[in-house]
Design a protein around this ligand. Sequence first.
Ligand code: HEM
Length: 461
Amino acid sequence: MNSLPPGPKGKLITGVMREFNRDTLGFIERLQRDYGDVVRSRFLYLYAYFLYNPADIETLLTTEAKSYRKARSLRSPFFYRLVGNGLVTSEGDFWRRQRRLAQPAFHRQRISSYGNIMVQYAQRAMTNWKDGEERDISRDMTRLALEVVVKTLFNSDVSNDADHVGAILSQIVKPFASQATLKWIADNRLPTPDHRRYFKAVSEIDRIVYRIIAERRASGSDEGDLLSMLLQAQDEDGSQMSDAQLRDEVMTLFLAGHETTALTLSWSWYLLAMHPHAEQKFHAELNEVLGGRAPDVSDLPNLKYTETIAKEAMRLYPPAYAVGREAIEDTEIGGYRVPRGTQLFAFQWVTHRDPRYFERPNEFEPERWASESIQRLPKYAYFPFGGGPRQCIGNYFAMMEVVLLMATIGQRFRFLLAEGFQMEVLPVLSLRPKNGIKVKLFHRAHDTAPLVDRERFSATL
Ligand code: HEM
């Protein structure tokens, strides 16, 4: 048990930092091939273990979760200034209390009441879409998911303050694109122009969010939105969240609650555009279950194929492609010693495509989720929402949103990839399409679109 895991030596000072940044996904795949299921590498002075085995991932996230806290990358001054001590970043008793207080806002029943908002917003988003035009569908999905989260958080429409917050937010997530680089470290600690711009933008959002909280406290009204739930939440001793804590949770939900969902939708449209057979089955389900009317939450149990498309999209293109932790004590994992302070990562990107767990791992096959072999899947061979105590609190919200928006949009439009479009994945905080997802729209009422030539695209999967 005294041994440390194998791994690359790396450069004298920076370790594997440059290799990791040059081709993150290729690098993490290569390490498993070259060194096995537990790999040790060094980023400057920090040691990191990469875990590729579902049993070890379970140890990290669930069984031995108490030996770990969130990874250091989440504790950077940049990130802290934005989300503070919100649910994603807080730890220990403080996190436990916050999770307890926030949980009721995510109960199925409560979340289900947002179904109609989701459908209406999707319908509204399509009003300007024209048959035959080209669009970046990932931009449309980001905008739509932002509108939904703004409405469900603040019960306010995008035309006022919240829209302003969204616009600033989408600008300031840019610095996160360069994580684990020397520039990232400098921007975090020194008053570089990016640093100053970022902190100024966050102050602007603070002012707006604090004002909304103050107005809502003063009016005392229950708007039925997430903010009202958080405002009313009381711990057993009667204590409630302070303004600063509410602000941190609102910012956290803002960030965690829209981009990941938008990405799941974008990747789903991309995969459907490449797989006409799956697309036909999707349309057949929509015709059979909805027959042209708008969906609502009561349709969810019948939109099973639609749900498996989303699950399969999150397998191949997991929006959260990695989860990270730091050991808070000396411990062990996978038969190796883990010194305190070690950063540990599990990669959905790699494990979701591991041929030991998934047949034809690089193929898009929504049907696999209805097969018997999926019942035998180790628990952490598929973990798009993480797991254990820190599992995503919004997973039901997200799945409901994805299925309802797909059903609403898929009834009216289908998409083909635009001529010449090349998909490239960009692993930053989440797994994004670097050049967006450029598609040509076809209104299904007068559907004359050709079936896509699958061979042409299969190389990009
Ligand atoms: C497809 C969409 C989504 C994906 C793939 C996703 C993924 C994840 C993952 C992997 C984690 C765990 C991170 C870790 O263990 O370090 C997480 C946590 C979290 N997510 Fe999501 N998420 C999604 C949607 C949402 C939505 C819609 C919301 C809120 C409206 C949300 C709010 C949160 C929060 C608050 C946490 C922290 C929970 C805690 O630590 O107690 N997420 N998410």
